[in-house]
Design a protein around this ligand. Sequence first.
Ligand SMILES: NC(=O)c1ccc[n+]([C@@H]2O[C@H](COP(=O)([O-])OP(=O)(O)OC[C@H]3O[C@@H](n4cnc5c(N)ncnc54)[C@H](OP(=O)(O)O)[C@@H]3O)[C@@H](O)[C@H]2O)c1
Length: 195
Amino acid sequence: MGKVASSMSMSLDGYVTGPHDSREQPLGEGGEVLHRWLGPAGTEADRAVLQEMLDGAGAVLMGRRSYDFCVGDGGWGDGGPVGDTPCFVLTHHAPDPAGVPEVFTFVTDGVESAIAQAKAAAGDRVVGVHGATAAQQALAAGLLDEIQVHLVPVLLGGGVRLFDLLGADPVDLVRDRVIEAGSGVTHLRFRVSRP
Ligand SMILES: NC(=O)c1ccc[n+]([C@@H]2O[C@H](COP(=O)([O-])OP(=O)(O)OC[C@H]3O[C@@H](n4cnc5c(N)ncnc54)[C@H](OP(=O)(O)O)[C@@H]3O)[C@@H](O)[C@H]2O)c1
Protein backbone atom coordinates (compact mmCIF):
# COMPACT_ATOMS: atom_id res chain seq x y z
CA MET A 1 0.00 0.00 0.00
CA GLY A 2 1.14 3.54 -0.68
CA LYS A 3 1.57 6.23 1.92
CA VAL A 4 -0.92 8.88 3.05
CA ALA A 5 0.67 12.32 2.80
CA SER A 6 -0.66 15.81 3.33
CA SER A 7 0.68 18.60 1.18
CA MET A 8 -0.21 22.20 1.91
CA SER A 9 1.24 25.64 1.27
CA MET A 10 1.43 27.50 4.56
CA SER A 11 2.33 31.03 5.69
CA LEU A 12 4.99 31.53 8.35
CA ASP A 13 2.19 32.24 10.85
CA GLY A 14 0.57 28.88 10.10
CA TYR A 15 -2.29 29.70 7.72
CA VAL A 16 -3.26 27.80 4.57
CA THR A 17 -5.61 30.60 3.49
CA GLY A 18 -5.93 34.28 4.20
CA PRO A 19 -9.08 35.59 5.93
CA HIS A 20 -12.57 35.03 4.42
CA ASP A 21 -11.87 32.14 2.04
CA SER A 22 -14.75 31.55 -0.38
CA ARG A 23 -15.53 30.17 -3.82
CA GLU A 24 -14.69 33.59 -5.24
CA GLN A 25 -11.39 33.64 -3.34
CA PRO A 26 -10.44 30.04 -2.39
CA LEU A 27 -7.24 31.12 -0.71
CA GLY A 28 -8.85 34.07 1.09
CA GLU A 29 -7.77 37.69 1.18
CA GLY A 30 -4.09 37.97 0.32
CA GLY A 31 -3.75 34.18 0.31
CA GLU A 32 -3.04 33.75 -3.41
CA VAL A 33 0.64 34.30 -2.58
CA LEU A 34 0.57 30.81 -1.04
CA HIS A 35 0.25 29.17 -4.46
CA ARG A 36 2.44 31.55 -6.45
CA TRP A 37 5.23 28.94 -6.52
CA LEU A 38 2.92 26.64 -8.53
CA GLY A 39 2.76 29.13 -11.40
CA PRO A 40 5.25 30.99 -13.60
CA ALA A 41 6.97 32.53 -10.54
CA GLY A 42 8.07 29.05 -9.44
CA THR A 43 11.67 27.93 -9.88
CA GLU A 44 12.95 24.65 -11.30
CA ALA A 45 13.07 23.26 -7.75
CA ASP A 46 9.44 24.31 -7.16
CA ARG A 47 8.40 22.63 -10.40
CA ALA A 48 10.21 19.43 -9.41
CA VAL A 49 8.33 19.30 -6.10
CA LEU A 50 5.02 19.83 -7.91
CA GLN A 51 5.82 17.22 -10.55
CA GLU A 52 6.76 14.66 -7.90
CA MET A 53 3.38 15.26 -6.28
CA LEU A 54 1.45 14.91 -9.54
CA ASP A 55 3.37 11.81 -10.64
CA GLY A 56 2.99 10.09 -7.26
CA ALA A 57 -0.70 10.76 -6.64
CA GLY A 58 -2.97 7.71 -6.78
CA ALA A 59 -5.89 9.32 -4.94
CA VAL A 60 -6.77 12.55 -3.18
CA LEU A 61 -8.62 13.11 0.10
CA MET A 62 -10.14 16.46 0.96
CA GLY A 63 -12.96 18.12 2.87
CA ARG A 64 -16.15 19.54 1.45
CA ARG A 65 -15.07 23.18 1.70
CA SER A 66 -12.11 22.59 -0.60
CA TYR A 67 -14.45 20.81 -3.04
CA ASP A 68 -17.12 23.51 -2.96
CA PHE A 69 -14.62 26.32 -3.55
CA CYS A 70 -12.70 24.79 -6.46
CA VAL A 71 -14.92 22.34 -8.36
CA GLY A 72 -15.87 23.14 -11.97
CA ASP A 73 -15.30 26.74 -12.97
CA GLY A 74 -13.83 27.32 -9.50
CA GLY A 75 -10.61 26.01 -11.09
CA TRP A 76 -10.71 22.25 -11.68
CA GLY A 77 -12.94 22.20 -14.76
CA ASP A 78 -14.25 18.71 -15.64
CA GLY A 79 -11.77 16.94 -13.33
CA GLY A 80 -10.42 17.09 -9.81
CA PRO A 81 -7.36 18.76 -8.30
CA VAL A 82 -5.08 16.20 -10.00
CA GLY A 83 -6.90 15.71 -13.30
CA ASP A 84 -8.64 12.32 -13.42
CA THR A 85 -7.05 11.00 -10.20
CA PRO A 86 -9.86 9.69 -7.94
CA CYS A 87 -10.78 12.18 -5.24
CA PHE A 88 -12.61 11.35 -2.00
CA VAL A 89 -14.49 14.19 -0.30
CA LEU A 90 -15.44 14.11 3.40
CA THR A 91 -18.90 15.54 3.89
CA HIS A 92 -21.99 15.26 6.04
CA HIS A 93 -24.31 15.57 3.02
CA ALA A 94 -23.36 14.30 -0.44
CA PRO A 95 -24.54 16.68 -3.18
CA ASP A 96 -26.91 15.80 -6.01
CA PRO A 97 -24.72 13.70 -8.35
CA ALA A 98 -25.92 15.61 -11.43
CA GLY A 99 -23.09 17.77 -12.64
CA VAL A 100 -20.50 16.32 -10.26
CA PRO A 101 -17.33 15.35 -12.19
CA GLU A 102 -16.77 11.58 -12.27
CA VAL A 103 -13.53 11.64 -10.28
CA PHE A 104 -15.31 12.57 -7.04
CA THR A 105 -16.66 10.16 -4.41
CA PHE A 106 -18.39 11.63 -1.36
CA VAL A 107 -17.79 9.90 1.96
CA THR A 108 -20.24 10.44 4.81
CA ASP A 109 -19.02 7.79 7.28
CA GLY A 110 -15.82 9.39 8.52
CA VAL A 111 -12.13 9.80 7.86
CA GLU A 112 -11.15 6.16 8.45
CA SER A 113 -13.58 5.04 5.77
CA ALA A 114 -12.46 7.80 3.40
CA ILE A 115 -8.80 6.85 3.80
CA ALA A 116 -9.54 3.14 3.36
CA GLN A 117 -11.38 3.88 0.10
CA ALA A 118 -8.68 6.27 -1.09
CA LYS A 119 -5.92 3.73 -0.33
CA ALA A 120 -7.79 1.02 -2.20
CA ALA A 121 -8.07 3.34 -5.21
CA ALA A 122 -4.42 4.46 -5.00
CA GLY A 123 -2.83 0.99 -4.72
CA ASP A 124 0.93 1.52 -4.36
CA ARG A 125 0.66 5.21 -5.05
CA VAL A 126 0.25 8.14 -2.67
CA VAL A 127 -3.02 9.31 -1.11
CA GLY A 128 -2.59 13.10 -1.09
CA VAL A 129 -4.50 14.90 1.65
CA HIS A 130 -5.57 18.49 1.01
CA GLY A 131 -7.45 20.85 3.32
CA ALA A 132 -6.63 21.55 6.95
CA THR A 133 -9.56 19.71 8.52
CA ALA A 134 -8.98 16.55 6.51
CA ALA A 135 -5.23 16.54 7.25
CA GLN A 136 -5.72 16.99 10.99
CA GLN A 137 -8.33 14.25 11.17
CA ALA A 138 -6.04 11.86 9.31
CA LEU A 139 -3.24 12.73 11.74
CA ALA A 140 -5.46 12.35 14.81
CA ALA A 141 -6.65 8.96 13.55
CA GLY A 142 -3.03 7.78 13.23
CA LEU A 143 -3.46 7.37 9.48
CA LEU A 144 -1.17 10.12 8.16
CA ASP A 145 2.35 8.94 7.23
CA GLU A 146 3.87 12.16 5.95
CA ILE A 147 3.37 15.92 6.15
CA GLN A 148 4.64 18.20 3.42
CA VAL A 149 4.58 21.91 4.21
CA HIS A 150 5.47 24.37 1.49
CA LEU A 151 6.49 27.26 3.72
CA VAL A 152 5.83 30.64 2.11
CA PRO A 153 7.53 33.76 3.51
CA VAL A 154 4.42 35.76 4.33
CA LEU A 155 2.44 36.54 7.48
CA LEU A 156 -1.28 36.40 6.67
CA GLY A 157 -2.62 37.31 10.11
CA GLY A 158 -5.83 35.29 9.72
CA GLY A 159 -7.59 32.55 7.79
CA VAL A 160 -7.65 28.75 8.11
CA ARG A 161 -4.83 27.39 10.26
CA LEU A 162 -3.17 24.13 9.30
CA PHE A 163 -2.82 22.86 12.85
CA ASP A 164 -5.34 24.15 15.37
CA LEU A 165 -7.65 21.20 16.06
CA LEU A 166 -5.17 18.65 17.31
CA GLY A 167 -5.38 19.16 21.07
CA ALA A 168 -2.53 19.03 23.54
CA ASP A 169 -0.92 15.65 22.81
CA PRO A 170 2.42 16.11 21.07
CA VAL A 171 2.95 14.48 17.67
CA ASP A 172 6.55 13.51 16.97
CA LEU A 173 7.84 14.20 13.48
CA VAL A 174 11.08 13.37 11.71
CA ARG A 175 12.14 15.95 9.18
CA ASP A 176 13.51 14.03 6.21
CA ARG A 177 13.81 16.67 3.50
CA VAL A 178 14.32 20.40 3.14
CA ILE A 179 14.38 22.05 -0.27
CA GLU A 180 15.20 25.74 -0.43
CA ALA A 181 13.61 26.47 -3.79
CA GLY A 182 15.16 29.84 -4.57
CA SER A 183 11.70 31.39 -4.92
CA GLY A 184 11.53 32.13 -1.21
CA VAL A 185 9.52 28.95 -0.61
CA THR A 186 10.98 26.20 1.58
CA HIS A 187 9.59 22.74 0.90
CA LEU A 188 9.61 20.75 4.14
CA ARG A 189 8.83 17.07 4.43
CA PHE A 190 8.23 15.24 7.71
CA ARG A 191 7.60 11.62 8.50
CA VAL A 192 5.03 11.07 11.26
CA SER A 193 6.81 9.10 13.96
CA ARG A 194 4.73 6.39 15.61
CA PRO A 195 5.78 4.49 18.73
N1 LIG B 1 -2.80 26.27 1.08
C1 LIG B 1 -3.05 25.13 0.46
O1 LIG B 1 -2.14 24.43 -0.03
C2 LIG B 1 -4.46 24.63 0.37
C3 LIG B 1 -4.69 23.32 -0.12
C4 LIG B 1 -5.99 22.86 -0.16
C5 LIG B 1 -7.04 23.68 0.29
N2 LIG B 1 -6.76 24.93 0.74
C6 LIG B 1 -7.84 25.80 1.25
O2 LIG B 1 -8.22 25.31 2.52
C7 LIG B 1 -9.58 25.63 2.75
C8 LIG B 1 -10.34 24.36 3.13
O3 LIG B 1 -9.79 23.76 4.26
P1 LIG B 1 -10.71 23.54 5.54
O4 LIG B 1 -9.88 22.85 6.55
O5 LIG B 1 -11.33 24.86 5.90
O6 LIG B 1 -11.90 22.64 5.00
P2 LIG B 1 -11.93 21.23 4.28
O7 LIG B 1 -11.09 20.23 5.01
O8 LIG B 1 -11.72 21.38 2.82
O9 LIG B 1 -13.52 20.91 4.47
C9 LIG B 1 -14.09 20.87 5.75
C10 LIG B 1 -15.51 20.36 5.59
O10 LIG B 1 -15.50 18.99 5.16
C11 LIG B 1 -16.58 18.29 5.78
N3 LIG B 1 -15.97 17.29 6.68
C12 LIG B 1 -14.71 17.30 7.18
N4 LIG B 1 -14.51 16.21 7.95
C13 LIG B 1 -15.65 15.50 7.92
C14 LIG B 1 -16.05 14.26 8.50
N5 LIG B 1 -15.23 13.54 9.27
N6 LIG B 1 -17.29 13.81 8.26
C15 LIG B 1 -18.14 14.50 7.47
N7 LIG B 1 -17.81 15.69 6.88
C16 LIG B 1 -16.58 16.17 7.11
C17 LIG B 1 -17.39 19.31 6.54
O11 LIG B 1 -18.30 19.88 5.60
P3 LIG B 1 -19.88 19.58 5.56
O12 LIG B 1 -20.35 19.53 6.98
O13 LIG B 1 -20.42 20.79 4.81
O14 LIG B 1 -20.08 18.34 4.79
C18 LIG B 1 -16.32 20.34 6.88
O15 LIG B 1 -16.86 21.62 7.15
C19 LIG B 1 -10.14 26.17 1.43
O16 LIG B 1 -10.20 27.59 1.52
C20 LIG B 1 -9.10 25.75 0.40
O17 LIG B 1 -9.05 26.66 -0.68
C21 LIG B 1 -5.51 25.41 0.82
